[in-house]
Design a protein around this ligand. Sequence first.
Ligand code: N01
Length: 551
Amino acid sequence: MEMKMSKPICVNEEYKDAVVVGAGFAGMYMLYQLGQLGMSAVGLEAGDGVGGVWYWNRYPGARCDIESMQYSYSFSRELEDEWDWSERFAGQQEILSYAQHVAERFGLIEKINFNARVTKAEFDETTSTWVVIVNGDRAIRAKFLLLATGSLSASSMPDIKGIDTFRGQSFHTGKWPHEPVSFEGKKVAIIGTGSSAIQCIPKIAQEAEELLVFQRTPNFSVPLHNRPLSESDYKYWRSNYQELRHQMRYARGGFVVDKGMPSALEVSPEERDREYTKRWNNGGLGFTAAFEDLLFSKEANNTAAEFLRRRIANIIQDKKIAEVLTPSGYPVGAKRICCDTSYFETFNKNNVRVIDVNKASIKEITERGISTSEEMHEVDSIIFATGYDALTGAITRIDIRGRGGQLLSDKWSAGPRTYLGLLTANFPNMFMITGPGSPSVLANMIMAIEQHVDWIHDCLAFMDSNGMDEIEPEVSAEEDWVNHVNELAQKSLYYNANSWYLGANVPGKTRVFMPYIGGLGNYRSICDEISEEGYRGFSFKSSSTTKVVEK
Ligand code: N01
């Protein structure tokens, strides 16, 4: 279908029907779908290649914890058939190669400008268009602004005195160098023990002379049990793919997992233990699906926590080290559970030491290392595995201004406000892909991305065929959705931990639970109902009421 979009606004500006910010999995699929609509679109990507998080996160051990047959696009049967994943859980390099393959296969590369960071975007009410500024000086005007900026892409550095004075090598896991980094014979410090750290610690410990792990909060982690995919795996997946994809689309987490029992408290301790052991042995995120009440009942959650604590005690030989690494005081899953390959085992090595920063607090980073209240640690390298300004950071770090010049970061100062995580009132035609208020990080991201992009595709087609120039949420619909997202989260245990889901890792960020916990399948049905009911809760403006200046 060829879409009839507005013409260029003035001679000196580039004009496109749509600008897509980010060329990760969301940006690439959005560009593909805009192409299907016959719209002119440009992708703007700060990096010099596609892949998003998989472009930036090149740290040792970086790997997906959703199975590769599930963490892959489902929109093209041919793509599914021609791409062979080598492992059950794919590593960063293989996922990046897949992203590059998709970009080339579907002709997306030529639509993307690389090394193009969007610094500002302002809505021009007189023409119903967005003026997007790239690298501070290039302007592109577009009718639609599509933010495919990623949920975990705005890296967060700790506020530690002297951080810039360190003379050795320093890295953030989310901005890892493209050239190989060797830690051979080096004394290395790593700050943080989240998913990124838990993946790279075992790898770095194999190389470094000494590895010091600075831990603020111990994490629950289950083994990944990665392995090569076999012929029989392929046979199973390929002969059932359509049905399995359907299940993924309607699953709570966007991936197929053995269905859990209703309550951990309704089975005997032996049966519970069997279930946890089965899931522990199977590996990956299926552990938290063992019982449906794990994230809603403290008592039920305690059973899972106790199981995991026993496992840590069994793995780590030194009781004192085990104690430091054992999580307590918050529920399993309230901070995102980690999946590891020999993480706890690594602390049995002589060259690895954990430092509890609650006891030996970090005072300062100096030219030579990290100084705590207990001692000075001279190191060659410091790795900041300190995470992200999640869900909102990549959006609010852009100077985005809607109607009347309103700043998006001002509107969201007390937490993000969106309708369905897709649009926000007063910022017409600005779609967010997996934005705050949608399931996003609580689901298999690729399934969540496809659902959002497909919905946006249908919405743009609807607007075109009805002569609509603008879409934005009604304030009351947005208010109701924000309340609904909060009410659901408050019924869960998610508020019982200081997690990035709540923005608690970023000093000064309002503590509010940002993703939608109702599950991807339910969320999909809600979005479909809303569009079937004529886009309930959205207001549209037609061409007759907006001015477009002809070139
Ligand atoms: O970041 P994090 P991440 N002093 O925020 C600590 C996804 N992901 O990059 O917990 C000392 O989880 C902080 O401590 P605390 C996945 O969704 C997926 O590891 O805030 N420590 C924490 O230990 C994941 O959840 C995969 O007390 C400080 C760590 O730094 C998300 O990305 C792999 C500190 C940050 O952990 C983010 O993971 C990797 C300070 N000042 C990532 N500031 C897979 O698919 C922060 N910390 C497997």
